[in-house]
Design a protein around this ligand. Structure first.
Ligand code: ZN
Ligand code: ZN
Length: 382
């Protein structure tokens, strides 16, 4: 059997014929048209290669001559690097496993580059990709591959955040501030703050010490210098300015569905950056911060600023009833605990004692992760 039989031989012959066309007298417009056509043809060819490699791999045809893997076979027999071979096999398998993706690629709705991005992001997350395939393909259709890469990175982060309890706990706990005085009394600071504290502190100090105007003589302070000055002003008893910190929580993410707008943070501190869904759900559950409930990037469903805070009497009653964290085996006292809405307010759970329980930070995040998992499971059974 020759390697140039069947459809591949026709493609090659067509390319060879195009190679020997005399292009000397072509106009600029003709050259532009040729470039567009050639790249479109290359795209179709890439899609064909993915489909054929997928079938070849499914049948383990690479094993017929004793090769140990499809990647090794390709790297040995064809003019591709090992890395490109690995990427091709990964993409081909992705297409073979996901029918809607294969159809979109066939139809030219998405490009081979999109599939490559999706295949890479989907590693170890195949079930979730299958579940979210429609939304992800919609994103692929409307985004160029590089924007789609950001969207997939975002999707992956959300997907992993639901699963990764330790990471979610680390996100919100483990704050510290080291202040080391050297022997001349000069202090060195080193620390770490959770995302909400970071957003609060940077906003406060940047409001207190805005950039200096340049008077032509003294160099303006750097941002780091201004922040140090502001911190000292705070420590000296100056009242901090009022700042508004909003947390946007995407209702679809909370319900275990992919956010409608994959290009934006599904859950984030407005203006600061993404939060894992469990942490966002926890913060939105009981915290003295603003909450904006969104669907996608544009539809605001609810703006609840501290409306779901417990009053003092409720908090005391909850402390007496629960005594501390309700997680079995946990001994965290009531003062360390958050009031958790058993049915989240996004699902119309009321802020009254029958719907509240005390949970320490760790077990509060854990409970929201359980809720996210339950929502995912419920979706899978629909
Ligand atoms: Zn909660
Ligand atoms: Zn606990």
């Amino acid at each position: 059997m020759s390697s140039t039989q069947g459809s591949a031989r026709q493609v090659r012959e067509a390319v060879d014929a195009a190679m020997v066309v005399d292009r000397a007298g072509w106009s600029g417009a003709a050259r532009s048209a040729e470039v567009v056509e050639l790249l479109a043809a290359q795209e179709r060819l890439s899609a064909l290669v993915m489909a054929v490699v997928g079938e070849w791999d499914r049948d383990a045809a690479w094993a017929l001559d004793g090769s140990v893997s499809p990647v090794a076979w390709l790297a040995h027999r064809t003019p591709v690097t090992r890395q490109d071979a690995a990427s091709l096999v990964r993409s081909a398998r992705h297409v073979a496993r996901h029918e809607a993706t294969a159809k979109a690629l066939d139809a030219g709705d998405v490009t081979a580059a999109h599939v490559q991005v999706a295949a890479r992001a989907t590693k170890h997350r195949d079930d979730l990709y299958t579940e979210h395939e429609t939304v992800l393909l919609d994103a692929a259709r409307s985004l160029d591959p590089s924007a789609f890469r950001s969207a997939m990175a975002h999707w992956r982060r959300c997907a992993d955040a639901v699963d990764d309890h330790d990471k979610a706990v680390k996100e919100i706990t483990g704050s510290y501030l080291d202040i080391v005085a050297t022997f001349e009394g000069v202090g060195h600071l080193d620390g770490r703050l959770d995302p909400v504290s970071t957003a609060t502190l940077t906003r406060v100090v940047d409001r207190m010490e805005p950039p200096d105007g340049f008077d032509g003589i003294t160099a303006p302070r750097t941002r780091a210098q201004r922040r140090a000055d502001a911190l000292v002003r705070l420590a000296s008893g100056e009242r901090p300015p009022q700042i508004n910190l909003d947390i946007t929580v995407d209702i679809d993410t909370l319900a275990g569905r992919p956010s409608l707008d994959l290009t934006s943070g599904c859950c984030e501190i407005a203006g600061s950056g993404p939060l894992s869904p469990a942490v966002a759900a926890m913060l939105a559950c009981d915290a003295a911060i603003g909450r904006v409930l969104m669907r996608g990037d544009s539809e605001v469903l609810d703006v609840g600023r501290q409306t779901r805070m417990l009053n003092r009497a409720q908090r005391r009653a909850l402390g007496i009833r629960d005594g501390g964290c309700v997680e079995p085996g946990c001994t965290a006292p009531a003062e360390w605990c958050d009031a958790h809405h058993i049915t989240h307010w996004t699902a119309h759970g009321p802020t009254d004692l029958s719907n509240l329980e005390l949970r320490c930070r760790r077990h509060h995040i854990l409970q929201h992760q359980r809720d996210l998992h339950a929502a995912l499971r419920a979706r899978r059974q629909e």
